[in-house]
Design a protein around this ligand. Structure first.
Ligand SMILES: C[S@@+](CC[C@H](N)C(=O)[O-])C[C@H]1O[C@@H](n2cnc3c(N)ncnc32)[C@H](O)[C@@H]1O
Length: 327
Protein backbone atom coordinates (compact mmCIF):
# COMPACT_ATOMS: atom_id res chain seq x y z
CA UNK A 1 0.00 0.00 0.00
CA UNK A 2 2.86 2.34 0.90
CA UNK A 3 4.51 0.80 -2.07
CA UNK A 4 2.08 2.45 -4.49
CA UNK A 5 2.40 5.81 -2.68
CA UNK A 6 6.20 5.51 -2.90
CA UNK A 7 6.09 4.53 -6.55
CA UNK A 8 3.94 7.58 -7.22
CA UNK A 9 6.38 9.83 -5.40
CA UNK A 10 9.31 8.36 -7.35
CA UNK A 11 7.48 8.70 -10.64
CA UNK A 12 6.70 12.37 -10.01
CA UNK A 13 10.18 13.18 -8.65
CA UNK A 14 11.25 15.21 -11.72
CA UNK A 15 8.42 17.71 -11.18
CA UNK A 16 8.45 18.10 -7.42
CA UNK A 17 7.46 19.99 -5.32
CA UNK A 18 3.81 19.29 -6.18
CA UNK A 19 1.23 20.60 -3.68
CA UNK A 20 -1.23 17.83 -4.57
CA UNK A 21 1.14 14.87 -4.20
CA UNK A 22 0.54 14.18 -0.48
CA UNK A 23 -3.31 14.29 -0.78
CA UNK A 24 -3.09 12.04 -3.86
CA UNK A 25 -0.95 9.52 -1.98
CA UNK A 26 -3.45 9.64 0.87
CA UNK A 27 -6.37 8.86 -1.50
CA UNK A 28 -4.48 5.85 -2.84
CA UNK A 29 -3.65 4.57 0.65
CA UNK A 30 -7.30 4.86 1.72
CA UNK A 31 -8.57 2.99 -1.35
CA UNK A 32 -6.05 0.17 -0.91
CA UNK A 33 -6.80 -0.07 2.81
CA UNK A 34 -10.49 -0.50 1.95
CA UNK A 35 -9.65 -3.13 -0.67
CA UNK A 36 -7.52 -5.06 1.83
CA UNK A 37 -10.74 -5.95 3.65
CA UNK A 38 -12.47 -7.13 0.47
CA UNK A 39 -12.41 -10.91 -0.17
CA UNK A 40 -12.13 -10.57 -3.95
CA UNK A 41 -9.19 -8.15 -3.64
CA UNK A 42 -7.49 -10.49 -1.17
CA UNK A 43 -7.73 -13.23 -3.81
CA UNK A 44 -6.25 -10.92 -6.43
CA UNK A 45 -3.31 -10.11 -4.15
CA UNK A 46 -2.73 -13.84 -3.56
CA UNK A 47 -2.72 -14.43 -7.34
CA UNK A 48 -0.24 -11.60 -7.85
CA UNK A 49 1.98 -12.95 -5.05
CA UNK A 50 2.02 -16.36 -6.79
CA UNK A 51 3.46 -14.94 -10.04
CA UNK A 52 6.94 -16.01 -11.08
CA UNK A 53 9.54 -13.22 -11.18
CA UNK A 54 10.17 -11.43 -14.48
CA UNK A 55 12.90 -13.40 -16.27
CA UNK A 56 16.22 -11.70 -17.09
CA UNK A 57 16.40 -10.23 -20.55
CA UNK A 58 12.63 -9.81 -20.86
CA UNK A 59 11.55 -7.66 -23.79
CA UNK A 60 8.23 -6.05 -24.63
CA UNK A 61 6.69 -4.85 -27.87
CA UNK A 62 4.09 -2.09 -27.69
CA UNK A 63 3.84 -1.43 -31.42
CA UNK A 64 1.59 -4.30 -32.53
CA UNK A 65 -2.15 -4.90 -32.10
CA UNK A 66 -1.39 -7.31 -29.23
CA UNK A 67 0.80 -5.87 -26.47
CA UNK A 68 3.59 -8.42 -26.18
CA UNK A 69 5.42 -9.05 -22.90
CA UNK A 70 8.14 -11.70 -22.90
CA UNK A 71 8.52 -14.56 -25.35
CA UNK A 72 7.34 -18.17 -25.53
CA UNK A 73 9.80 -20.47 -23.76
CA UNK A 74 11.15 -17.84 -21.33
CA UNK A 75 9.16 -19.30 -18.42
CA UNK A 76 9.28 -22.97 -17.41
CA UNK A 77 6.06 -25.01 -17.28
CA UNK A 78 5.45 -24.45 -13.52
CA UNK A 79 5.83 -20.70 -13.98
CA UNK A 80 3.52 -20.75 -17.02
CA UNK A 81 0.93 -22.64 -14.98
CA UNK A 82 1.05 -20.04 -12.18
CA UNK A 83 0.73 -17.28 -14.79
CA UNK A 84 -2.27 -18.92 -16.45
CA UNK A 85 -4.00 -19.40 -13.10
CA UNK A 86 -3.49 -15.73 -12.24
CA UNK A 87 -4.69 -14.55 -15.65
CA UNK A 88 -7.78 -16.70 -15.46
CA UNK A 89 -8.48 -15.65 -11.86
CA UNK A 90 -8.42 -12.04 -12.98
CA UNK A 91 -11.10 -12.43 -15.67
CA UNK A 92 -12.89 -10.69 -17.34
CA UNK A 93 -10.18 -9.34 -19.66
CA UNK A 94 -12.21 -6.65 -21.38
CA UNK A 95 -9.40 -4.66 -23.02
CA UNK A 96 -6.53 -6.03 -25.05
CA UNK A 97 -5.30 -8.13 -26.80
CA UNK A 98 -2.10 -9.17 -25.02
CA UNK A 99 0.49 -11.86 -25.55
CA UNK A 100 2.32 -12.91 -22.39
CA UNK A 101 5.23 -15.30 -22.83
CA UNK A 102 3.55 -16.65 -25.94
CA UNK A 103 0.10 -16.97 -24.32
CA UNK A 104 -2.58 -15.02 -26.24
CA UNK A 105 -5.21 -13.17 -24.23
CA UNK A 106 -8.15 -12.57 -26.56
CA UNK A 107 -9.95 -9.82 -24.69
CA UNK A 108 -13.61 -8.93 -25.21
CA UNK A 109 -12.60 -5.70 -26.99
CA UNK A 110 -10.13 -5.48 -29.84
CA UNK A 111 -8.82 -2.24 -28.33
CA UNK A 112 -6.21 -1.94 -31.06
CA UNK A 113 -8.98 -0.76 -33.41
CA UNK A 114 -9.63 2.33 -31.27
CA UNK A 115 -5.89 2.97 -30.98
CA UNK A 116 -5.58 2.77 -34.78
CA UNK A 117 -8.33 5.38 -35.14
CA UNK A 118 -6.60 7.90 -32.91
CA UNK A 119 -2.85 7.32 -32.79
CA UNK A 120 -1.91 9.17 -35.99
CA UNK A 121 -4.28 12.09 -35.26
CA UNK A 122 -3.21 13.03 -31.71
CA UNK A 123 -0.29 15.30 -30.79
CA UNK A 124 2.85 13.08 -30.56
CA UNK A 125 3.19 11.76 -27.01
CA UNK A 126 6.97 11.87 -26.80
CA UNK A 127 8.07 13.71 -23.64
CA UNK A 128 4.47 14.50 -22.63
CA UNK A 129 2.79 14.03 -19.26
CA UNK A 130 -0.25 11.90 -19.97
CA UNK A 131 -3.27 11.03 -17.86
CA UNK A 132 -5.57 8.19 -18.96
CA UNK A 133 -8.89 8.42 -17.11
CA UNK A 134 -10.57 5.00 -16.97
CA UNK A 135 -7.41 3.18 -18.03
CA UNK A 136 -8.83 -0.31 -17.30
CA UNK A 137 -6.00 -2.87 -17.41
CA UNK A 138 -3.63 -0.35 -19.01
CA UNK A 139 -3.77 -1.53 -22.62
CA UNK A 140 -3.52 2.08 -23.88
CA UNK A 141 -0.94 3.07 -21.23
CA UNK A 142 1.21 0.30 -22.68
CA UNK A 143 0.55 1.18 -26.33
CA UNK A 144 1.62 4.77 -25.47
CA UNK A 145 5.03 3.52 -24.34
CA UNK A 146 6.10 3.11 -27.97
CA UNK A 147 6.02 6.95 -28.20
CA UNK A 148 8.08 7.49 -24.97
CA UNK A 149 5.89 9.85 -22.93
CA UNK A 150 7.62 11.44 -19.91
CA UNK A 151 4.82 10.08 -17.71
CA UNK A 152 1.83 7.79 -18.37
CA UNK A 153 -0.51 7.83 -15.39
CA UNK A 154 -3.73 5.79 -15.41
CA UNK A 155 -6.81 6.00 -13.20
CA UNK A 156 -8.83 2.83 -12.72
CA UNK A 157 -11.25 2.53 -9.78
CA UNK A 158 -12.49 -0.98 -10.59
CA UNK A 159 -10.47 -3.53 -8.61
CA UNK A 160 -10.33 -6.32 -11.19
CA UNK A 161 -8.93 -4.10 -13.94
CA UNK A 162 -6.54 -2.31 -11.57
CA UNK A 163 -5.08 -5.67 -10.51
CA UNK A 164 -4.80 -6.78 -14.14
CA UNK A 165 -2.56 -3.76 -14.69
CA UNK A 166 -0.50 -4.77 -11.63
CA UNK A 167 0.02 -8.22 -13.20
CA UNK A 168 1.18 -6.74 -16.51
CA UNK A 169 3.46 -4.22 -14.83
CA UNK A 170 4.91 -6.99 -12.59
CA UNK A 171 6.58 -8.30 -15.76
CA UNK A 172 6.90 -5.17 -17.91
CA UNK A 173 8.46 -3.06 -15.06
CA UNK A 174 7.90 0.22 -16.91
CA UNK A 175 9.63 3.04 -15.05
CA UNK A 176 7.42 5.96 -16.13
CA UNK A 177 4.03 4.28 -16.06
CA UNK A 178 1.61 3.78 -13.16
CA UNK A 179 -2.08 3.12 -12.57
CA UNK A 180 -3.89 4.51 -9.52
CA UNK A 181 -7.02 2.85 -8.09
CA UNK A 182 -9.06 6.06 -8.19
CA UNK A 183 -11.88 7.84 -9.97
CA UNK A 184 -11.01 11.13 -11.60
CA UNK A 185 -13.46 12.88 -9.23
CA UNK A 186 -11.42 11.65 -6.24
CA UNK A 187 -8.23 13.41 -7.35
CA UNK A 188 -7.03 16.62 -5.73
CA UNK A 189 -6.80 19.59 -8.13
CA UNK A 190 -3.74 18.96 -10.34
CA UNK A 191 -4.05 22.31 -12.07
CA UNK A 192 -2.34 22.56 -15.46
CA UNK A 193 -0.12 19.50 -14.90
CA UNK A 194 -0.89 17.28 -17.90
CA UNK A 195 -0.06 17.76 -21.58
CA UNK A 196 -2.47 15.09 -22.87
CA UNK A 197 -5.53 13.65 -21.28
CA UNK A 198 -7.31 10.53 -22.54
CA UNK A 199 -10.95 10.20 -21.47
CA UNK A 200 -12.40 7.27 -23.38
CA UNK A 201 -15.50 5.24 -22.59
CA UNK A 202 -16.20 7.16 -19.39
CA UNK A 203 -18.29 10.28 -20.16
CA UNK A 204 -21.60 8.44 -20.61
CA UNK A 205 -21.18 6.98 -17.11
CA UNK A 206 -21.10 10.47 -15.54
CA UNK A 207 -24.13 12.25 -14.14
CA UNK A 208 -22.75 15.75 -14.76
CA UNK A 209 -20.71 15.56 -17.97
CA UNK A 210 -20.24 19.32 -18.39
CA UNK A 211 -18.88 19.71 -14.87
CA UNK A 212 -16.54 16.79 -15.56
CA UNK A 213 -15.29 18.30 -18.83
CA UNK A 214 -14.55 21.55 -16.99
CA UNK A 215 -12.61 19.64 -14.33
CA UNK A 216 -10.67 17.78 -17.05
CA UNK A 217 -9.84 21.14 -18.63
CA UNK A 218 -8.38 22.37 -15.32
CA UNK A 219 -5.81 19.61 -15.06
CA UNK A 220 -4.52 20.23 -18.61
CA UNK A 221 -1.98 22.95 -19.34
CA UNK A 222 -3.09 25.66 -21.75
CA UNK A 223 -2.86 24.17 -25.26
CA UNK A 224 -2.85 20.63 -23.83
CA UNK A 225 -4.86 18.02 -25.70
CA UNK A 226 -7.99 16.15 -24.68
CA UNK A 227 -8.66 12.85 -26.45
CA UNK A 228 -12.31 12.18 -25.82
CA UNK A 229 -14.24 9.09 -26.83
CA UNK A 230 -17.83 8.44 -25.92
CA UNK A 231 -21.11 6.94 -27.08
CA UNK A 232 -23.12 9.23 -29.33
CA UNK A 233 -26.48 9.15 -31.07
CA UNK A 234 -27.00 9.78 -34.80
CA UNK A 235 -28.24 13.17 -36.00
CA UNK A 236 -27.05 16.69 -36.78
CA UNK A 237 -29.05 18.59 -34.15
CA UNK A 238 -27.51 19.52 -30.77
CA UNK A 239 -29.57 16.91 -28.88
CA UNK A 240 -28.96 14.44 -26.06
CA UNK A 241 -30.59 11.13 -25.13
CA UNK A 242 -31.03 10.04 -21.53
CA UNK A 243 -32.11 6.39 -21.27
CA UNK A 244 -35.18 5.78 -19.12
CA UNK A 245 -33.36 3.01 -17.29
CA UNK A 246 -30.76 0.93 -19.11
CA UNK A 247 -28.82 1.41 -22.32
CA UNK A 248 -27.43 -1.79 -23.92
CA UNK A 249 -28.17 -3.43 -20.52
CA UNK A 250 -25.96 -0.89 -18.67
CA UNK A 251 -27.74 0.81 -15.78
CA UNK A 252 -25.17 3.60 -15.41
CA UNK A 253 -25.53 5.44 -18.73
CA UNK A 254 -26.83 9.01 -18.39
CA UNK A 255 -26.15 11.24 -21.41
CA UNK A 256 -25.69 10.25 -25.06
CA UNK A 257 -25.22 13.40 -27.18
CA UNK A 258 -25.05 13.89 -30.93
CA UNK A 259 -21.55 14.84 -32.10
CA UNK A 260 -22.86 18.40 -32.53
CA UNK A 261 -24.01 18.51 -28.89
CA UNK A 262 -20.70 17.06 -27.73
CA UNK A 263 -18.78 19.77 -29.59
CA UNK A 264 -20.91 22.40 -27.85
CA UNK A 265 -20.27 20.77 -24.46
CA UNK A 266 -16.52 20.96 -25.11
CA UNK A 267 -16.57 24.56 -26.29
CA UNK A 268 -18.63 25.58 -23.26
CA UNK A 269 -16.20 23.77 -20.95
CA UNK A 270 -13.01 25.64 -21.87
CA UNK A 271 -11.81 23.83 -25.01
CA UNK A 272 -11.08 25.13 -28.50
CA UNK A 273 -10.04 23.60 -31.86
CA UNK A 274 -12.63 20.91 -31.23
CA UNK A 275 -12.72 18.34 -34.02
CA UNK A 276 -14.33 14.96 -34.49
CA UNK A 277 -11.84 12.53 -36.01
CA UNK A 278 -14.01 9.42 -36.15
CA UNK A 279 -17.50 8.03 -35.62
CA UNK A 280 -17.79 4.23 -35.70
CA UNK A 281 -20.63 1.81 -35.10
CA UNK A 282 -19.48 -0.87 -32.66
CA UNK A 283 -19.39 -4.22 -34.45
CA UNK A 284 -18.69 -7.71 -33.21
CA UNK A 285 -15.28 -7.50 -34.87
CA UNK A 286 -14.49 -5.02 -32.08
CA UNK A 287 -16.55 -6.32 -29.12
CA UNK A 288 -17.39 -9.99 -28.75
CA UNK A 289 -17.53 -12.86 -26.29
CA UNK A 290 -14.24 -14.74 -25.90
CA UNK A 291 -12.86 -17.36 -23.51
CA UNK A 292 -11.38 -14.50 -21.46
CA UNK A 293 -14.71 -13.07 -20.31
CA UNK A 294 -17.47 -14.84 -18.43
CA UNK A 295 -20.20 -12.27 -19.14
CA UNK A 296 -22.44 -11.13 -21.99
CA UNK A 297 -21.15 -9.08 -24.91
CA UNK A 298 -22.38 -6.93 -27.81
CA UNK A 299 -24.60 -9.55 -29.50
CA UNK A 300 -26.57 -9.89 -26.23
CA UNK A 301 -27.09 -6.12 -26.04
CA UNK A 302 -28.69 -5.71 -29.50
CA UNK A 303 -32.25 -6.45 -30.55
CA UNK A 304 -32.01 -9.80 -32.42
CA UNK A 305 -34.80 -8.64 -34.77
CA UNK A 306 -33.14 -5.26 -35.47
CA UNK A 307 -29.40 -4.95 -34.87
CA UNK A 308 -29.65 -1.17 -35.42
CA UNK A 309 -31.33 -1.00 -31.99
CA UNK A 310 -30.31 -1.99 -28.49
CA UNK A 311 -32.53 -4.45 -26.63
CA UNK A 312 -34.17 -1.38 -25.05
CA UNK A 313 -34.99 0.10 -28.49
CA UNK A 314 -32.34 2.87 -28.51
CA UNK A 315 -29.91 3.48 -31.41
CA UNK A 316 -27.22 0.75 -31.39
CA UNK A 317 -23.83 1.76 -29.90
CA UNK A 318 -21.74 4.14 -31.97
CA UNK A 319 -18.72 5.95 -30.60
CA UNK A 320 -17.20 9.29 -31.53
CA UNK A 321 -13.57 10.31 -31.06
CA UNK A 322 -12.91 14.02 -30.59
CA UNK A 323 -9.77 16.04 -30.08
CA UNK A 324 -9.77 19.42 -28.37
CA UNK A 325 -7.26 21.86 -26.93
CA UNK A 326 -7.43 23.48 -23.52
CA UNK A 327 -8.12 27.19 -23.93
C1 LIG B 1 -15.84 1.44 -20.88
S1 LIG B 1 -14.34 1.32 -20.00
C2 LIG B 1 -13.23 2.15 -21.11
C3 LIG B 1 -11.80 1.72 -20.92
C4 LIG B 1 -10.82 2.40 -21.86
N1 LIG B 1 -10.67 3.80 -21.50
C5 LIG B 1 -11.24 2.27 -23.28
O1 LIG B 1 -11.57 3.29 -23.88
O2 LIG B 1 -11.25 1.16 -23.79
C6 LIG B 1 -14.55 2.53 -18.74
C7 LIG B 1 -13.49 2.40 -17.65
O3 LIG B 1 -13.49 3.59 -16.88
C8 LIG B 1 -13.57 3.28 -15.51
N2 LIG B 1 -14.27 4.41 -14.88
C9 LIG B 1 -15.61 4.59 -14.76
N3 LIG B 1 -15.86 5.77 -14.15
C10 LIG B 1 -14.67 6.36 -13.92
C11 LIG B 1 -14.27 7.59 -13.31
N4 LIG B 1 -15.18 8.42 -12.81
N5 LIG B 1 -12.95 7.88 -13.22
C12 LIG B 1 -12.03 7.00 -13.71
N6 LIG B 1 -12.36 5.83 -14.29
C13 LIG B 1 -13.65 5.51 -14.39
C14 LIG B 1 -14.27 1.94 -15.44
O4 LIG B 1 -13.94 1.22 -14.27
C15 LIG B 1 -13.79 1.26 -16.70
O5 LIG B 1 -12.63 0.52 -16.52
Amino acid sequence: MNDLAHQLEGLLQPWQPLPWLAPLQQCCRQRLQRWQRDRKCQQYLELLASLPPAPAGLTCDFTGAAVRIGRAGQLDSAAMEALQLALFGLRPWRKGPFELFGLAIESEWASNLKWDRLSAAIAPLQGRRVLDVGSSNGYYLLRMQAASPALALGLEPYATFFHQFCLLQHFACLPRCLSLPLKFEELPEMTGFFDTLFHMGVLYHLRAPLDSLRALRRCLRRGGELVLETLVIPGEQPLTLTPVERYAKMNNVYFLPTVTALQIWLERSGFERVRCIDVSRTTNAEQRRTAWIQTESLEDFLDPADPDRTVEGYPAPRRALLLAEAR
